[in-house]
Design a protein around this ligand. Sequence first.
Ligand SMILES: *[C@@H]1O[C@H](CO)[C@@H](O)[C@H](O)[C@H]1NC(C)=O
Ligand SMILES: *[C@@H]1O[C@H](CO)[C@@H](O)[C@H](O)[C@H]1NC(C)=O
Length: 584
Amino acid sequence: MLWRPVFVFLLAQLVSATPLARRWNDFAEKHAWVEIPDGWEVHSEAPSDYTFDLRIGLKQSKMDELIENLMEISDPAHARYGQHLSKEDAEDFVRPRPESSEAVEAWLGAHGVVEDDVTHRTDGGDWVTVRVSVAQAERMLGTKYNVFHHPKSGEKVVRTMSYSLPRELHSHVDVVAPTTYFGTMRSMRATSFLQPEIKPVEDVVLSNDATVPSSCTNTITPACLRALYNTVNYVPAAASKNGLGIAGYLDEFANRADLQTFFKRFRPDAVGSNFTTIQVNGGGDDQNDPGVEANLDIQYATGISFPTPNTYWSTGGSPPFIPDSLTPTNTNEPYLDWLNFVLSQTSIPPVITTSYGDNEQTVPNDYAVSVCNLLAQLGSRGVTVFFSSGDFGVGGGDCRTNDGTNKVLFQPAFPASCPFVTTVGGTTRVNPEIAVSFSGGGFSRYFATPSYQTTAVTNYINFLGNTFNGLYNKTGRAYPDVSAQGNGFQVVIGGTTSSVGGTSASSPTVAGVFALLNDFRLSQGKSTLGFVNPLLYSTASTGFNDITAGANAGCGTSGFSARAGWDPVTGLGTPDFLKLQQLV
Ligand SMILES: *[C@@H]1O[C@H](CO)[C@@H](O)[C@H](O)[C@H]1NC(C)=O
Ligand SMILES: *[C@@H]1O[C@H](CO)[C@@H](O)[C@H](O)[C@H]1NC(C)=O
């Protein structure tokens, strides 16, 4: 991409003297909220000389083709199955058209943004980050920024209620951030699921055969999961080529001493093994401040996948915003920070698990589509991306819509609702496992039902008949795809074992099982599994324990119920490694 510094410099000189060209003042709205997002309030005007990083997502020239490719290489019946794209191949699809780059450059230049203000540009050229003042951003986007306060978390962010783009740029730019996405990136481990009522087990619970220890009815340890999901007797053979990554946010730090204590108590053969922490965009790694979510994630990901190398990304992005400081801080856009970082790597762990999300309706559509496209790009690179489905059944709180109509609707979660991720719900009990009541599940209002799940989802909708008509979107992407235990997990935090629950626990568990499936494929000289949904809903659908009891209450209803086949509570069911090993 060409950036003409001299030309831009001259333009910048002209800006102060010349009124903006008409083309840059002819605005059309990009996104607007009708009310301040739930939980937030206006704190003050944003100081006009406060500077921050503005991310511009340029229209990716061949996104449709990238998705067609993704579907081919993920379809076990296709000749190209498993032929994942390289970083460069994927970037060719997302690279903006030259006229898009030129239009954006001209627009930036007209606002006095010069090459020195570009703080980051992705290798594909599809995301450009520029450092601007609030005054500049307000002129560029025909908007007004405020400082918003979230009393419950104490967080303050600079955001706007709506933003516009010059009409001409609408065909060249998908999204600009930070603007209207306020997101709190809730950890999918609601505090109510710290479970003091479940007495922790302090002893090593090991099974040398594949029988499920009786304690697993109430408390879950790696021994329970390895027996339940049939990984106990698998001997990994390709660890040096394999990997599992955990995306962490919200100042959650994975503690190394706690992991060793956890191994001593629950996975003695793994004592001494370690994981790598990578700090992204100012993310911390305070070993004196172990996070419940981070420790849960790392202890169960490693506890199942050992000896697969594990990576923990600590992503920054919840800065204490100080209204009277002009120091640029990061802007609390953790999804984009992490995705841009991980996609910039030539080698990415082939399985990634994330236990964070938001109500879909709180994520602006343009932003959600952009993030989901980045997740599709990860899939095209051969990565299986797991997200927890949420801890509020069909919806938490009053379930009212935020479009001004205040209607009660089931509330899907995002990124759980993105069709390019594999979403994990929760179960509890053994013999048989049943759905856990908080297991997030439902139907997207942003993303259409992808073809890989049409048959499974239609069967369920036919079973529902008129039940919940109008409360859920019959043509939306439905989730979860699969599930795993989500209650009473024994987690070591600050040296002490506590019981923790949530689909936060289910996602790293399934990720651990799939890391072992990748180990098996790699040891056979095959590719990693990559985006697995087309496989799961077809040839591998019999590799799961079908969960047929339980329901996910919410929004004043009993919620969807689990039944034979796929359901929006437990998906296809919980993984059976031995069966899946035969099917992948
Ligand atoms: C784990 O790695 C960290 C830093 O990479 C190191 O300081 C620590 O000693 C390692 N722990 C073990 C048990 O190997
Ligand atoms: C249902 O999902 C589709 C995406 O397939 C979306 O276009 C539509 O607006 C959604 N309908 C409702 C009522 O949310």
